[in-house]
Ligand binder design. Structure first.
Ligand code: C2E
Ligand code: CA
Ligand code: CA
Length: 464
């Protein structure tokens, strides 16, 4: 990206870094970095020049260490540092700022806008995400990156500037892997709201303010409802409805994901009972389990106990486990739990399939009953042959393994028709029905069923 180089001109306010301020890889030490940031802050302010601080972090560093060992992980960090130095200009400051985190402060320049910063961030990320060879094995890492342009912060010190970049990095991390975020005032507000939510979350869970909404899943063969997925919604007394993207980080930070799963499962099973009593046929309900909920050694017992209490057979509950969790599953307890739930007779849905790297061996090992094809493959599939090829490949694999399939995020009739034609078993998405409060589900099912009766021809030629 030569443009970036051309536009970035300007003197290094600190002059060249002294030899004793750099390590072998060319990274400067933390003190030298802070001094550089201070001076950049001052000089850029006075001369109306521009600068930005970038913070970059290796995603899933701990998984890396688990899988390849500490020495290999250290090597990856060292290579990342070298590459970052090589990517930046000589008079930019690049420092190691945490176990697997780096900071860059650009030497002041006359021209630097958001677009340029995004380009630079992309360039940094591309350089850092090249595979690293460890003992002849290519190790793939992804990085999250946050940055803050100096003119985006109203502050008296370079410390706040660095913290703003840190906030952007956290935001990138929350949307990761491999995300880039620019600091904005709105982000700061969101961070403040998150901090407040963190305080309120446990209370909200206990008071029943966090409840599931239900999204229908239907068979492509018969058109009938085959289940609902329970998706968490927070009905906040002041802020209105908050979606999981905004409150799950707060729950995670408050270490309450396990409690969320408990609440969601209880509500979901309550819903199943209510559907049964109302005489509508809903074979199963799906509940999301992220990593931490699966770490409780007593999970299988707990689920069994809940099912008994509701007098429901285990097959009525589908446990949704992310493909990424199954792919790594370094934790023995997690493996035992997924297996245990499968053996109990619960259904195991492999969520966001296609985004992780689950091996065929792990799909078999975890007795997965169904894979949920990620929305990214489904999007515009009716108009994109490449998407169709990917879906077909996944469907073929699933068929050979004797596993059912569901396509997520089906938004249009075209996508729905294509998936039916390719032989995907179930579909879920806004095109079929959006998530809704329990109170609306029975009405929805009845309407849906009567629509099916009105247009039997669509399905007749497939079932007959
Ligand atoms: P997910 O499990 O992949 O859930 C599907 C998400 O896609 C839901 O977002 C749903 O509303 C949305 N969606 C469904 N159909 C469509 C469509 O046609 N188009 C588009 N654009 N989106 C569609 P939601 O409810 O905001 O949930 C987001 C994520 O939060 C979920 O992704 C899940 O990972 C997590 N989540 C939700 N509830 C829970 C929970 O109780 N526990 C845990 N651990 N995670 C949860
Ligand atoms: Ca899910
Ligand atoms: Ca999903």
């Amino acid at each position: 990206m030569p443009l970036v180089y051309v536009l970035i001109s300007g003197a290094n306010p600190g002059g060249a870094f002294a030899a004793n301020e750099r390590d072998g890889a060319g990274l400067i030490n933390r003190q030298a970095f802070n001094t550089f940031a201070d001076r950049t802050f001052e000089s850029a302010r006075d001369k109306s020049q521009k600068s930005a601080i970038f913070k970059v972090e290796i995603d899933d560093y701990n998984d890396l260490a688990d899988r390849f060992g500490q020495t290999a992980a250290d090597n990856v960090v060292a290579r990342t540092g070298e590459r970052l130095v090589a990517t930046m200009r000589d008079n930019d400051a690049v420092a190691h700022s945490g176990d697997y985190k780096f900071s860059v402060c650009l030497a002041p320049v006359r021209q630097l806008d958001l677009e340029l910063c995004i380009q630079m961030a992309g360039r940094i990320q591309t350089a850092l995400e090249e595979p690293v060879s460890i003992d002849g094995t290519a190790v793939y890492v992804t990085t999250s990156l946050g940055f803050c342009q100096l003119n985006q912060v109203i502050t008296k010190s370079s410390k706040d500037w660095g913290e703003a970049a840190e906030t952007a990095l956290r935001e990138a991390h929350n949307h990761g892997p491999s995300a880039i975020r620019a600091y904005s005032d709105e982000m700061k507000r969101k961070t403040e709201i998150r901090a407040e939510l963190r305080e309120e979350v446990s209370n909200a869970l206990e008071k029943g303010h966090i409840r599931p909404w239900f999204q229908p899943q239907i068979s492509t063969d018969t058109g009938r409802v085959t289940g609902f997925e329970a998706l968490a919604r927070w009905h906040h007394p002041d802020r209105g409805m908050i979606s999981p993207a905004d409150f799950l980080p707060a729950i995670e930070q408050a270490d309450m994901l396990e409690r969320l799963a408990e609440v969601m499962m209880f509500q979901a099973l309550t819903a199943v009972k209510a559907w049964d009593s109302a005489g509508v046929n809903v074979p199963q309900v799906g509940v999301n389990f992220a990593g931490p909920e699966l770490k409780n050694p007593k999970l299988v017992e707990k689920v069994q106990w809940e099912l008994d209490r509701f007098e429901l057979t285990p097959a009525r509950l589908a446990v949704e486990v992310l493909e990424t969790v199954v792919a790594s599953a370094p934790d023995d307890v997690i493996s035992r739990n997924i297996n245990g739930l499968g053996q109990l007779g619960c259904r195991v849905d492999l969520d966001d399939f296609g985004t992780g790297h689950a091996s065929i061996a792990s799909i078999r090992r975890f007795s997965v009953s169904r894979i949920k094809i990620d929305r990214s493959f489904v999007m515009k599939a009716d108009r994109d042959p490449e998407q169709q090829r990917m879906i077909s490949a996944i469907l073929t694999m699933a068929e050979r393994l004797g596993i059912e399939t569901l396509a997520e995020g089906v938004e249009s009739a075209g996508e729905h028709a294509l998936l039916a034609q390719l032989g995907c078993d179930h579909v879920q998405g806004f095109g079929i029905g959006k998530p809704m409060p329990f109170e609306d589900t029975i009405e929805w099912i009845k309407k849906h069923n009567s629509k099916l009766q009105d247009m039997p021809s669509i399905f007749d030629n497939r079932t007959g």
